[in-house]
Design a protein around this ligand. Structure first.
Ligand code: PGA
Length: 251
């Protein structure tokens, strides 16, 4: 059956010493503790190798927040999936709405990134979600369906089975406006139905679908209590152990 996962997304926050301290604090806080979910931290590229070497990666998976859409070569400033994998990171967040909006990542680019991530043994945490106008126009179901179909539906059953999805309504990210647990459940169930329609019920039932967008210690329990919400992708509240640990413990 699918896993419950709580994943942090640090975004462009923390210097290397700050990030290392945060990772070590989390590692220490989890030491000897039994938790009922997988824990992941998404750090800037510059932190990956140092963080992965400093913590128990059997307990805390490390994620990059992006990777290149090219394998290797003359792409100054880019970081490939193979490079990410060589740091000890096991995951890569792809398709985050900030990457789609500010860095013009299209469905086609993301499809290439997902393929490269999988080819290099990384688990993509693939983000989907609608903007406010789409939600208000009642288009959120078709928006997420298109995002899934365009970037992911050429994958084999075996490869699709390796993905983690994260539904993140853009209007909820960093705004303090969380989707209600019923809104999250409604669209997570829909996403699972879309997956089942293409890959079958078993693959859909085994796919972890995380919720992201102003998820915090006070709403995590309620969100995670929903049958199709398998955890969270946590931005702001992953930047301090005092805020992140209670979300992990919400399971
Ligand atoms: P937030 O960000 O928790 O700060 O809203 C979530 C995300 O963007 O992954």
């Amino acid at each position: 059956m699918r896993k419950n996962i709580v994943a942090g997304n640090w975004k462009m926050n923390t210097t290397l010493p700050e990030g290392l301290a945060l990772a070590k604090d989390l590692d220490a806080a989890l030491k000897g503790k039994t938790v009922n979910c997988d824990v992941v931290i998404g750090t800037p590229f510059t932190h990956l190798a140092t963080v992965a070497a400093a913590i128990d990666t059997a307990k805390i998976g490390v994620a990059a927040e992006n990777c290149a859409d090219q394998e290797k070569g003359a792409y100054t400033g880019e970081v490939s999936a193979a490079m990410v994998a060589s740091t000890g990171a096991k995951y890569v967040i792809l398709g985050h709405s900030e990457r789609r909006a500010y860095y013009h990542e299209t469905a086609e680019i993301l499809k290439t990134k997902v393929n490269l991530a999988l080819a290099n043994g990384l688990t993509p945490i693939f983000c989907i979600g609608e903007v406010l106008e789409e939600r208000e126009a009642g288009k959120h179901f078709e928006v997420v369906e298109e995002q899934i179909k365009k970037s992911l539906f050429d994958l084999s059953v075996a490869d699709f089975g390796k993905l983690v999805l994260a539904y993140e309504p853009v209007w909820a990210i960093g705004t303090g406006k969380t989707a209600s647990s019923d809104q999250a459940q409604e669209i997570h169930a829909y996403i699972r139905k879309v997956i089942a329609g293409k890959y079958g019920q078993e693959v859909a039932d085994n796919c972890s679908i995380l919720y992201g967008g102003s998820c915090n210690a006070s709403n995590a329990k309620e969100l995670f209590s929903k049958p199709d919400v398998d955890g969270g992708l946590i931005g702001g509240a992953s930047l301090g152990v005092d805020k992140f640990l209670p979300i992990i413990e919400a399971f």
